[in-house]
Design a protein around this ligand. Structure first.
Ligand code: GLY
Length: 269
């Protein structure tokens, strides 16, 4: 999840992959998954890596009626122990939410929950956080009313929110960007521009990656300072290692096939 600081990444929620996963939505990076067993092995490696690096993982059962249900990031935006339950931007994904919401309401003691209504739409995958500054993608899944709901939650904490228009050839903001540390944003050339982010807080850096490695810009910074990256993105790996970060590569081929990235597969809470 892209909306917690590194020091808040103690627990993560994931969801098992249903046999119907071959019907998952795929329009951007992926041509559709074909090998569910391989996807499950890749997810297991992902979970094992989180656990080996200090994150306690809880796994929800798969929902056969929802091929995309493993992409839990889209279903809840957790900020400082509170959460927004968005109405996801694709109609086929709306009913994935109840078990995730129920689990988080139980797990987050004293949680205040905001919900969305009317025409508001948002996928959690459109939100990233760098320190206490938030960015939201206005995308095919997230509209202005959804952004207004997120702004209400962030106003409560005094956190700033900036809007970035996502190009048509990308799904979410997190599909092409991430914060491997609390002071670094990875971005692909040809998708976004420096002015999309505005003036960043002192010490915060935009790290530009060649556009052909856009998928690799989605990473997960771990609480011990290491960074999970997708296997096969040498510029991403080099950029992080040049900055003194240790990387851990994860084979994401069958998850990418459904337009899923590393952050899509978990919610830190
Ligand atoms: N396959 C993930 C999504 O399109 O939401």
């Amino acid at each position: 999840m892209a909306t917690v600081r590194l020091d808040q990444k103690k627990r993560a929620l994931v969801r098992s992959i249903p046999s119907s996963y071959t019907k998952a939505l795929a329009r951007f990076f992926g041509a559709g998954p074909t090998d569910v067993e391989l996807a499950r092995r890749q997810q297991q490696h992902y979970v094992d890596t989180l656990e080996a690096n200090g994150v306690r993982v809880h796994r929800l059962d798969a929902d056969e009626n929802h091929p995309d249900c493993m992409f839990v990031e889209d279903q809840a935006v957790v900020v400082d122990g509170h959460m927004l339950l968005p109405v996801p931007g694709h109609p086929s994904r709306v009913a994935e939410q109840p078990p995730i919401a129920e689990f988080l309401m139980e797990a987050l003691e004293g949680v205040q929950t905001c919900t969305m209504g009317g025409e508001a739409r948002m996928d959690g995958g459109d939100v990233i956080r760098v320190g206490d500054l938030f960015f939201v993608g206005r995308s095919s899944r997230t509209n202005d009313l959804g952004i207004a709901s997120l702004r209400s939650l962030l106003d409560f904490f005094g956190h700033e929110l900036r809007i970035i228009d996502i190009p048509e050839h990308a799904l979410h903001l997190t599909s092409i960007s991430s914060t491997p540390t609390d002071t670094m944003i990875l971005v692909p050339e040809g998708y976004l521009k420096p002015e999309d982010f505005g003036t960043l807080p002192k010490g915060c850096e935009l790290v530009w990656i060649p556009g052909e490695e856009a998928y690799g810009c989605n990473t997960i910074g771990l609480p011990n300072g290491k960074v999970m990256i997708a296997e096969g993105y040498p510029s991403v790996k080099a950029a992080l290692e040049e900055r003194g970060l240790e990387t851990i590569e994860i084979d994401m081929s069958e998850i990418r096939a459904a337009d899923g990235s590393l952050t899509c597969c978990s919610i830190f809470y």
